[in-house]
Design a protein around this ligand. Structure first.
Ligand code: ADP
Ligand code: MG
Length: 232
């Protein structure tokens, strides 16, 4: 039976295992005979991505609103590729998308929970004309555990192999996690799903997380509302 290609996003704090899960899902789709492509945002090779990298290296202390616009621009630049892949029958798996912009930039604003929610709503409107994912998985782990995992990542040239400004600080990662959970509350009806990736005090194995992702994917698709809104 022919099926509409899926657009799946992986989200979560730095070191939670997003890229790992995104790669595993692409492999799963491939083995199931359903070709899939992996896309990562930000795209650090574009002029917009290079501006973002400057901010991540701490060389440009841009405000949350200005950064949100820049992250949105990066995705609007990538949107034609996503549309092209979906319309050619590929499943598309994306590593960071709208939820990252909502969570990281709302975590940076000083304000009440209501003001942070309002910021999230503003980013959602800013990005509303992007292709909208069927499901956004938020891989949820304790910030202290993810922080350790993050140290295992090496060789990101755009950062001169160092940690970025957001990754350096566990307190900030805790705030980002809180904001991801706010995003999940606000976007529950739009396919946001939180995956608990902890097993006691440790991270669950990547296979265990992947199996939770797959069962949530089946559930989400069975209960999904039809029709993906069309972007411009
Ligand atoms: N479930 C897991 N258990 C243990 N280690 C993991 C798990 N998932 C990913 N890792 C490892 O943790 C580090 C960070 O994972 P990664 O997928 O790069 O995270 P992210 O993309 O969210 O920053 C990598 O070294 C990865 O191999
Ligand atoms: Mg990653």
């Amino acid at each position: 039976m022919a099926r509409k290609p899926l657009f799946i996003v992986f989200e979560g704090i730095d070191g939670c295992g997003k890229s790992t899960q995104a790669e595993m899902l692409v492999e799963f789709f491939g083995k199931a005979g359903r070709p899939a492509r992996l896309i990562h945002f930000p795209n650090y090779t574009s002029p917009t991505g290079r501006q973002i990298a400057k901010h991540l290296r701490g060389e440009d202390k841009a405000s949350p609103a200005r950064m949100a616009v820049l992250y949105a621009k990066d995705k609007y630049e990538g949107a034609p590729e996503i549309r092209k892949l979906l319309s050619s029958g590929f499943n598309v798996v994306v590593d960071r998308y709208t939820a990252s912009n909502c969570a990281y930039q709302s975590a940076r604003i000083k304000g009440t929970a209501a003001q942070k929610d309002a910021f999230i709503e503003w980013v959602l409107r800013l990005e509303a004309l992007l292709p909208q994912p069927d499901v956004t998985f938020i891989i949820d782990v304790r910030p202290a555990v993810a922080f350790q995992k993050n140290l295992e990542k090496r060789g990101r040239k755009y950062l001169n192999n160092k940690a970025d400004v957001y990754e350096k600080d566990v307190a900030f990662q805790k705030e980002v996690r809180k904001q991801y959970l706010s995003y999940a509350r606000i976007c529950k009806a739009k396919g946001a799903v939180v995956i608990n990736a902890m097993a006691g005090k440790k991270m669950a194995s990547k296979e265990a997380v992947a199996s939770k992702v797959l069962s949530s994917l089946y559930n989400a698709l069975l209960t999904a509302k039809p029709a993906r809104p069309k972007g411009k």
